[in-house]
Design a protein around this ligand. Structure first.
Ligand SMILES: Cc1cc2nc3c(=O)[nH]c(=O)nc-3n(C[C@H](O)[C@H](O)[C@H](O)COP(=O)(O)OP(=O)(O)OC[C@H]3O[C@@H](n4cnc5c(N)ncnc54)[C@H](O)[C@@H]3O)c2cc1C
Length: 394
């Protein structure tokens, strides 16, 4: 409901914090049990502080990463993954940069997590903490998309009202006090901590996409009706595809919750296999959904007149006459529906959504990797062996 009311955008400033804190609570309990550290109490204190103050969050996990084939400590420039550069009795100093960090421009706290598993040589990079956004040395370079124009709601019915912001988030020797440090060099647990957040965040990711998919289905059907093509076989085929895509994604999302698995601390986690299939299904077909809706709309998506011409006494009536669709439709209203499709799938907002679908909350390869890890191969293999009448497990 919040996403629908928010013009398809999620209240990420709240949910991303919950996902991170749930992951941190579980992961730090394990780290403390294994190594005798005292991180869990700090996370609990931070959790209670945020809860009582009703704070909002940015979550900085993705490092700039440099050469993707190299580990953090192997990079030519040592600052391409966030690292500890100084240890003091009262805290640590960190240097490096995270990227694509949503919400940093308008939230209270930033939680920082490692982005990947680490080796022993990467010890300085195994770091997690939380700091207020207003912290000395923290520099935010905001994304440029959508910032160059004042939008009017006729040409841009959705993106004139909503916008996401991301930053290149630079830690220029930022001090973090001890009570806000949740991982400091325990490289063996960097991967587990990264994953404990992802386990929750994949469900958030896929849940908030559902209203956008419903919007694509509705917009596709609406423009088909305005264009008078809704009964054509190929149009029904495309509308079937769109509805089926949205409902399959929804069903998988619900199933990830219904088949949630119990975890430590009495918490549940979304079913790891199903939630990754859901997110992958969504991402793998998103561009096809755009393609179908754009096909139904026609080329006027990018060639249509602007609001000034619609409002002009001279050109307005011509647009009303020449841009109407099937009998009984208004040219202006048809243009409004076309503008909706243009705004959500063709404009820079549409381009943003297309890239968001592919990469945000984890690229498709990350989901495949996770599915590969979580899937119960033994059960499937045992069944195949049995029917093949071959030897027992080798
Ligand atoms: C709109 C948006 C919002 C986001 N918000 C946040 C946020 O709030 N906080 C946050 O921490 N992150 C955020 N992200 C980051 C998101 O999680 C990453 O984009 C995603 O993990 C991919 O990382 P990348 O962009 O660095 O791309 P890359 O990792 O560079 O991926 C590009 C390609 O390289 C491949 N690749 C990468 N490494 C390897 C390798 N070692 N071997 C082979 N192939 C490889 C990938 O599979 C992919 O095909 C956001 C992203 C977007 C688009």
């Amino acid at each position: 409901t919040a996403c629908r009311e928010g013009g398809t955008l999620v209240v990420l400033a709240k949910v991303v914090g919950g996902d991170a804190l749930f992951g941190l609570l579980r992961a730090t309990k394990k780290i403390d049990a294994a190594l005798g550290t005292h991180y869990h109490g700090r996370v609990t204190d931070f959790y209670n502080y945020c809860w009582k103050q009703d704070l909002s969050f940015a979550l900085a996990q993705t490092d700039v990463k440099g050469d993707r084939a190299l580990r953090p400590s192997e990079q030519e420039d040592p600052d391409l993954y966030l690292r500890i550069v100084e240890e003091r009795p009262e805290g640590i100093v960190v240097r490096g940069a995270k990227v694509h960090t949503s919400n940093t421009t308008h939230t209270n706290e930033m939680i920082v997590l490692p982005t990947r598993a680490m080796g022993e040589d990467d010890k300085a990079y195994a770091v997690s903490f939380a700091i207020p956004l207003a912290t000395k040395g923290l520099k935010l370079i905001m994304s440029g998309y959508g910032s160059y124009t004042q939008r009017n709601p006729f040409d841009h019915p959705v993106s004139s009202a909503v916008k996401m912001t991301e930053t290149l988030t630079i830690f220029d020797d930022v001090f973090v006090p001890n009570e806000r440090i949740f991982l400091k060099g325990e490289w063996q647990f960097a991967g587990a901590l990264a994953l404990s957040f992802v386990e929750y965040h994949r469900l958030t990711a896929i849940s908030y996409k559902l209203p956008f998919l419903d919007l694509l289905v509705g917009a596709g059907r609406l423009i088909a009706e305005y264009n008078g093509i809704e009964k054509a076989a190929h149009v029904r085929e495309k509308l079937f595809w769109l509805a089926s895509y949205a409902e399959t994604t929804r069903a998988l999302t619900h199933m990830a919750c219904m088949k949630a698995v119990p975890a430590d601390l009495g918490m549940m986690i979304p079913n790891p296999t199903v939630v990754n299939i859901a997110k992958h299904h969504f991402a793998a077909h998103f561009h096809q959904a755009f393609s179908h809706v754009q096909d139904l709309a026609g080329g006027i998506l990018v060639t249509g007149p602007a609001v000034e011409d619609v409002q002009s006494e001279e050109t307005g009536p011509l647009i009303e006459k020449y841009l109407k669709g099937k009998k009984g439709t208004s040219g202006k209203e048809r243009l409004q529906v076309l503008n909706l499709i243009q705004d959500i799938s063709v404009s820079d907002f549409g381009g943003y959504q297309a890239v968001l679908a592919l990469h945000a909350e984890g690229s498709m390869e990350a989901e495949k990797l996770q599915l590969y890890r979580e899937y119960d191969w033994r059960k499937a293999l045992a069944f195949a062996r049995k029917l093949a009448r071959v030897e027992k497990e080798r």
